[in-house]
Design a protein around this ligand. Structure first.
Ligand SMILES: *Cc1c(COP(=O)(O)O)cnc(C)c1O
Length: 387
């Protein structure tokens, strides 16, 4: 029987064979802080030649992440955007990619400014409404989505998109940052490539930037390995170790953060100045049944709208325990203002279409005591009401 994910966050089964003989029995995987490796003889290698190509600490992290996502291999990169940029190097000018319109702002910026310049054709659709299949042509190579989406928390049926991709012989790429492999495994649902910002739940402590690509296709993995060696955005040894360490508590953090998020969603829904709470764990969320079918949890990201821009801005100033900062997925609860932060470079008409207003706030719920978080939000809302 294969081991459970909680255990796989902490152990790689293959390490147990000779645990005391390798790395002096070191329980924490060592940081191989080296740029290069000596060769025993001409034409011989220890298995490592130069850290841009591969480094033992990075390789260990890649094995752990591949194992958690049920892929045949993973690549650890210097950021989530480095991962998505590397991924797009597998396409060539003229290739067509269909992407959902509600994505992380940085991904939209990459597609609009870099991928298009490189000759890729990107069609941006609303995957909750448009029929993706109508837009597939002979040059279409991939469908790209996040679920739940950032920041509107739309849930897409991964299996349904995988069926469309298979029918047309194209790739399904899923950015799984928001749920992490602890709650969702897109490869099991038919996706070909999974993307992560490792900065978020995998790292989990708001202390480093990292990204991942995971696949279950040998041919794609080989292409990825060639590109990482050639373009050089592999994750550094120390950062690899930080993420390895972060992942050890992934299960605990995800459970606690989700529990907190459910309580906060209920609290916010009862506040008169909150006009909408968007959290897929609430039964009234349109994606509630789909996420229950394809994931093991709802995550700890939630978006809410208040009655005016002024109140939104005031809340950002009045929170004390909760910090007003970009990013998500760490132990600290953060509040974000998408229109000026994560989605600042997204054209206004796209923001409007996706329903991202100037009264929209996003919470990444952390693992503090929920009573303290609710107190902080209650105070900020009350003080904002008074003006
Ligand atoms: C943060 C984020 C990214 C980008 O990752 P970085 O590590 O910041 O480069 C990509 N996708 C999603 C969903 C994210 O939240």
């Amino acid at each position: 029987m294969s081991r459970c994910i909680e255990t796989n966050c902490i152990h790689l089964e293959e390490d147990e064979v000779d645990a005391c003989k390798t790395h002096f029995g070191s329980v924490s995987f060592p940081i191989y802080q080296t740029a290069t490796f000596a060769h025993p003889a001409v034409g011989k290698s220890t298995g490592y030649d130069y850290s841009r190509l591969q480094n033992p600490t990075r390789e260990q992290l890649e094995k752990v992440v591949a194992n958690l996502e049920h892929g045949i291999g993973a690549l650890a990169l210097s950021s989530g955007m480095a991962a998505i940029s590397l991924l797009f190097e597998i396409f060539k000018p003229g290739d067509h990619i269909i992407a959902d319109s509600d994505l992380y702002g940085g991904s939209i910026r990459l597609f609009d400014n870099i991928s298009r310049k490189n000759g890729l054709k990107i069609t941006s659709l609303d995957f909750t409404r448009d029929n993706v299949e109508d837009y597939i042509d002979k040059n279409t190579r991939a469908i790209y989505l996040e679920t739940p989406t950032n920041p509107m928390m739309n849930v897409h049926d991964i299996r349904a998109f995988a069926e469309i991709a298979k029918r047309h012989g194209i790739l399904l790429i899923v950015d799984n940052t928001f749920l992490s492999p602890y709650f969702q495994n897109p490869l099991d649902l038919g996706a070909d490539i999974v993307v992560h910002s490792g900065t978020k739940y995998l790292g989990g402590h708001n202390d480093t930037i990292a990204g991942f690509l995971v696949t279950n296709r040998e041919d794609i993995l080989e292409q990825f390995r060639f590109i990482i060696k050639t373009t050089g955005a592999g994750l550094a040894p120390f950062d690899s170790w930080l993420v390895l360490r972060g992942i050890k508590t992934l299960a605990l953090r995800m459970e606690r953060a989700q529990e907190n998020a459910i309580a906060i969603a209920k609290f916010l829904a009862s506040d008169p100045n909150v006009t909408e709470v968007i959290y897929p764990g609430l039964p009234q969320h349109p994606g509630h049944e789909t996420i229950k079918r394809q994931a093991r949890g709802f995550g700890a990201m939630l978006t809410f709208k208040v009655s005016s821009k002024d109140i939104a801005l005031s809340i950002l100033e009045k929170v004390r325990l909760i910090q007003f900062a970009e990013s998500l997925g760490g132990v600290e609860t953060l509040i974000t203002y998408p229109v000026t932060q994560t989605h600042a470079d997204v054209p206004p008409e796209v923001l409007a279409k996706n329903g991202i207003t100037d009264a929209t706030l996003r919470l990444s719920v952390g693992v503090e005591k929920v009573d303290d978080l609710i107190d902080d939000l209650r105070n900020a809302l009350n003080e904002s009401r008074r003006g």
